[in-house]
Ligand binder design. Structure first.
Ligand code: B3K
Ligand code: ZN
Length: 847
């Protein structure tokens, strides 16, 4: 496995201005004709012309109309320098491919009878011979010939007739943004008038029967388009914007120019079939893919090392959008929960890598929480450092200066430097160095001066033993003993390994609220008393830190229960109960406050504190904690829940979703007292998927729910997306000792279509998410996962590799579990014909 390295970057030998493609679609034998308008690149290295190509049967090749002899190798085709004119020329090729047999879901493939494509990162080379790299940007003309009624590609429609259609994309783009769809589809349509008055036709294409489930996605699209105009000054730039929903998709969605392709679970929603969380994700992902039109498509990446240039920025933008649409406080808490659960976990283990890595074997393995979510955090820090106005000036300059280009992180940082005059040399380490910094806080109070001393520690990560001090924006506010804010939020800039900050003129020793809004992706280490945390939970004016205080308190209490067998703290119970019942607070916020720390999160926390986490003890203690909280709230629960009843018809908005979330949190607690009786009634009465699924989960936790599961199945048997939930809920809520047998039973069902990534994730992904079950001392969970990864790998290496990250936490656990997991990873490594994708992942985890 030879890695690709950033230092080896070279521009392409040629420039490619224009591409003409003709597709003659057939399931077993699709013909692709390509005409590439090439010319020598004066800034390039010269020499041979190398085109990428994989799994293509070459039918014919010609240069300026003259047939050319060439024999492709396993990864492409080389045309020797001496055969190349030193003026512009046209290279024509015809290849044959078989979309029906393409189970990897990369390149041109078939899903539910339709043709579709996925080209990012390197799928276009499975379609035709081409310089498949993001810095080669060309204008595309596409002709599709097929009996399918709907034929779509990027850009604007040019002409169509029976059995054919032609598309022209006026904007130069890299091949990874190419898309083609051909199918028997129907559209949910709308139109949008841009700020400058251009009409854009909007279509969401789905299979017959699904057209009634697109309204929310369309509404989200329209709101995204308006928001990007208002907040970033970015207008849409084509006459049409098409979205297509497909059932077989390796990830969430793809931002192909003018033709976004989506996993159907991120498009289709009705109150009966989708949960509030689904709606929220649909809104966020529709926005994310739409925002890529500027951050990703108009300005793309020079090479795949710069992936965070488009992904970090686009995540940052979709987070801002969701905050504006819903609640900034709630969105920030949710984002930090996800960051800690996925990115901190990655950053602290064998798969840690920089936001801009400098080597990879398989680029698909780098679509990670680090590139995406930490990439977004780094932009949030930049914004905190340069302020609103500085951020706006930098972004305006970015769009001005780099429109139509394939840019780098250096370009990105330079626009901030040029727009604000700030030197970002030290800040750049956030992009080049992996690992989650730890910031130790010490406080001192003497003679009216409060001093905060911050010390940063940078843990070693694979290949990076030593690191330089980071620029860490630490947002701080101070409260006086009455709970009034005496120093409003101030951003301290920690740039040295250790640095002190003084606050003068205070009448009494303040209580510090540190890292407000989670102003940097770091772990704060602070010796704080339970009293002080409870004080902040009650009084902090920063909603994130108010929640964080409760979270930290809960973790302290739970850690003592696990490690020392301590009792639940009465103070924590009382403090949390006050928040839960405080009607001045947003129900969504209260629901988040009631969510206990997850088991995987506790395992990480205990490991960081020098303990060896025992999954069974964590599981038992967490249940005990929930039971004690239920007791504490027993008297108040019925009133709380009654007060949260939703009036009127279902709406997927933040207000209703918050009420349902808090009500269902109450239901979960109630079931600890009544054994699930109320949940049974709630399930029977539920008229939407949010409440049905929540009640079902509660019943399963309580060891009940067999009848409900059967009823659910009978009602939804034909609905793939809903049945995914049915599979998943059983796995997530299986008792630890039953997990392996539950999974085995589900995977032998005829409707366990494991080649469908959504179904695979619903069962095998959930297997790894059931912490105590997956880590059961028998090792059965580990074995089962490895078996399934090995089975999936030959069919769909990308998804197999992604799911293998379940093993990345092995160094946390005891010697027995470590040995069990390593044995599974070694078994994977030894498998004949292992993919580059899974091979790289297993190799890095074992290194
Ligand atoms: N850019 C795509 C992800 C492509 C993943 C390739 N393995 C979706 C997104 O981030 O918007
Ligand atoms: Zn993206």
């Amino acid at each position: 496995q030879t890695p690709v390295k950033l230092v080896d970057y070279q521009p392409f030998s040629h420039v490619l201005n224009r591409v003409e493609l003709t597709f003659r679609l057939a399931p077993q034998a699709t013909r692709v004709l390509a005409r590439l308008h090439l010319a020598p690149n004066p800034a390039g290295p010269g020499g041979d012309l190398r085109l990428d190509g994989e799994g293509l049967r070459l039918i014919a090749l010609a240069l300026d109309g003259v047939a050319l002899e060439a024999t492709p190798d396993a990864t492409g085709l080389t045309i020797a320098a001496q055969a190349l004119p030193d003026a512009p020329f046209v290279l024509e090729s015809e290849v044959e491919i078989a979309p029906e047999g393409n189970t990897a879901l990369e390149g041109l493939y078939m899903s539910g009878g339709m043709y579709c494509t996925q080209c990012e990162a390197e799928g276009f080379r499975k379609i035709t011979f081409y310089p498949d790299r993001p810095d080669v940007m060309a204008r595309f003309d596409v002709r599709i010939e097929s009996e399918m009624p709907v034929l779509l590609s990027n850009g604007n429609p040019v002409a169509a007739g029976p059995g054919w259609a032609e598309w022209h994309d006026p904007w130069p783009k890299p091949a990874y943004l190419f898309a083609l769809v051909a199918g028997d589809l129907v559209a949910h349509s709308a139109s949008f008038t841009t700020a400058s008055g251009r009409e854009v036709a909007l279509n969401i294409w789905v299979r017959q029967g699904d057209e009634g489930r697109c309204a929310y996605a369309m509404d989200s699209l329209i709101r995204s388009m308006r928001w990007d105009e208002q907040v970033y000054g970015r207008e849409y730039d084509l006459d049409v914007f098409n979205i297509v929903a497909v059932d077989d998709f390796n990830m969430g969605a793809m931002e192909n120019k003018g033709l976004n392709i989506f996993n159907s679970k991120l498009v289709l929603a009705t109150p009966e079939t989708a949960t509030d969380t689904d709606y929220e994700r649909i809104e966020a992902v529709i926005a994310h893919e739409y925002f890529h039109n500027w951050t990703g498509n108009r300005i793309t990446c020079r090479d795949w090392f710069q992936l965070c240039l488009k992904e970090g920025l686009t995540v940052f933008r979709d987070q801002q959008f969701s905050g504006d649409m819903r609640s900034h406080a709630v969105k920030r808490i949710e984002d930090v929960l996800a960051l800690r659960a996925r990115q901190f976990r990655e950053d602290g283990g064998p798969l840690a890598h920089a936001v801009r890595p400098d080597a990879y074997v398989e680029i698909n393995n780098f679509y990670t929480a680090t590139i995406y979510e930490k990439g977004a955090e780094v932009i949030g820090m930049l914004k905190a450092l340069v302020g609103e106005a500085g951020y706006k000036a930098a972004l305006d300059l970015y769009f001005d200066r780099h429109d139509g280009q394939a840019a780098t992180i250096e370009d990105w940082l330079r626009v901030f430097e040029d727009a604000t005059g700030r030197d970002l040399t030290q800040f750049k380490r956030w992009y080049t160095e992996a690992g989650t910094p730890r910031v130790k806080v010490t406080e001192d109070w003497a003679e009216g001066v409060f001093t905060l001393t911050l010390q940063q520690e940078l843990p070693p990560t694979p290949g990076q033993p030593d690191k330089g001090a980071k620029v860490i924006p630490v947002a701080v506010g101070l409260l006086n003993p009455n709970g009034d804010e005496v120093v409003p939020t101030t951003v301290l800039e920690l740039v040295e390994p250790v640095q002190s900050f003084r606050f003068e003129g205070l009448a009494a020793r303040p209580v510090a609220s540190i890292l407000r809004g989670f102003s940097a992706p770091v772990v704060l280490e602070r010796n704080v008393s339970a009293q002080e945390r409870a004080f902040l939970l009650a009084h902090d004016t920063d909603p994130f830190n108010k929640w964080e205080a409760g979270r930290a308190l809960a973790k302290d209490v739970l850690a003592r229960m696990i490690v020392e067998g301590a009792e639940v703290s009465r103070d924590w119970l009382a403090a949390l109960a006050r928040v839960a019942l405080d009607e001045s607070l947003d129900p969504a916020f209260r629901a988040l406050a009631l969510r206990l720390p997850g088991e995987d999160d506790m395992a990480a926390t205990l490991h960081d504190a020098g303990h060896v986490p025992d999954p069974a003890r964590i599981h038992a203690a967490r249940r005990a904690m929930a039971g004690a909280l239920a007791q504490e709230l027993a008297g108040a629960l019925p009133g709380l829940m009654a007060g949260l009843a939703v009036q009127g018809p279902f709406a997927p908005d933040a207000a209703q979703a918050g009420k349902r979330a808090l009500r269902n949190a109450g239901l979960a607690l109630l079931s600890r007292l009544d054994g699930g009786a109320a949940a049974e009634a709630a399930y029977a009465q539920a008229d939407n998927m949010t409440d049905s699924l929540a009640a079902l989960a509660v019943l399963l936790e309580a060891g009940r729910g067999a009848a409900e599961l059967a009823g659910f199945e009978a009602r939804w048997a034909g609905e793939r997306l809903v049945m995914d939930k049915w599979f998943m809920v059983q796995v997530l809520h299986a008792a630890p000792q039953d997990l392996a047998s539950v999974v085995e039973r589900l995977t032998t069902r005829a409707d366990f279509d494991w080649k469908n990534p959504n179904r695979f994730r619903a069962v095998i992904g959930a297997l790894a998410a059931n912490h105590a079950g997956f880590h059961h001392a028998s090792g059965a969970g580990y074995r089962l996962l490895a078996d399934w990864l090995l089975r999936l790998d030959p069919k769909n290496p990308q998804t197999a590799a992604r799911m293998s990250t379940a093993f990345e936490t092995w160094p946390r656990y005891d010697a027995d579990r470590q040995a069990l997991i390593r044995a599974e990873l070694e078994r994977i490594m030894a498998a004949p014909g292992l993919s580059r994708d899974l091979g790289e992942m297993a190799g890095r985890m074992l290194a």
